[in-house]
Design a protein around this ligand. Structure first.
Ligand code: ADP
Ligand code: MG
Length: 239
């Protein structure tokens, strides 16, 4: 079943007299529970596309369905409620709140967006801290942990509200090579275990190969869709 459907989606940014076509006529159909990457050079439209799917922005034209709901006509409040219950976000700059501990950062969406009772909240936070291997770091502040650890905490925060979909905009751009691979591997593992769909964007061709489906963007257009077969993955794991 489709999780995300885009029909003839365009996004034009108007700035005074000039306008920039960031996305042009995008058609896209992404299944539930997949591990998808958007790849393309800077300016190709990756962030714009993720923002539209994540209900952070609206298309200039076209229709977007997420989880069978038409999201392109949402007002601000509807969009916020929909995001809070259906979508987790991971950012390039981690976006952890510096005055909260790792534990409190992961707990934050459950307090702010979903009104979850205290006991269940604690169980969930501890479950996801364990899943990302951050239990022993839970009382530290973001300034006391590495970039890779910050992104692990951010993965837990994105998952704690049990979303169907996690969107990660260049999640590895501020990480060294080894940490980048570990974060992608972690997302892949979570996607398999939790049956959540992940979409991550990157301009790094080495990272992108971890995806099951790779969409390539160029100048606001989808120019290629590549499905990585199981045999490719098996071959890679043997190497
Ligand atoms: P990417 O994430 O692949 O680098 P973006 O989606 O950020 O690409 O940008 C696509 C195009 O839209 C670029 O030409 C960029 O300059 C333009 N753009 C992005 N955001 C805005 C904005 N808020 N206002 C005007 N132009 C924008
Ligand atoms: Mg971007």
């Amino acid at each position: 079943m489709s999780l995300i459907e885009l029909k003839k989606v365009s996004r034009i940014y108007k700035m005074g007299e000039t306008s920039i076509q960031a996305l042009a006529d995008i058609n896209l159909d992404i299944e539930q529970q997949t591990f998808v990457s958007f790849v393309g050079p800077s300016g190709s439209g990756k962030t714009t596309l993720l923002n539209l799917i994540g209900c952070l922005d609206k298309p200039s034209n076209g229709e977007i369905k997420v989880n069978n709901v038409r999201v392109n006509e949402f007002n601000r409040k509807d969009a916020a409620v929909f995001r809070g219950t259906n979508i987790g976000f991971i950012f390039q700059n981690f976006n952890l709140l510096p005055i909260l501990t790792v534990y409190e950062n992961v707990e934050y969406p459950l307090i702010m967006v979903q009104n979850i009772p205290e006991k269940e909240r604690r169980d969930r936070v501890l479950k996801y801290l364990d899943a990302v291997g951050m239990t022993d770091q839970k009382d530290k502040y973001p300034s006391q942990i590495s970039g890779g650890q910050k992104q692990r905490a951010a993965v837990a925060r994105a998952l704690v509200s049990d979303p169907k979909l996690v969107l990660a905009d260049e999640p590895t751009a501020n990480l060294d090579h080894k940490s980048a691979f570990m974060v992608i591997e972690l997302m892949r593992q979570m996607q398999r275990e939790l049956n959540t769909a992940f979409i991550f964007s990157t301009h790094d061709p080495k990272i992108v190969k971890e995806a099951e489906i790779i969409y390539t963007l160029e100048d606001g257009k989808l120019v290629n869709r590549e499905q990585i077969t199981n045999s490719d993955i098996n071959a890679k794991e043997k190497n």
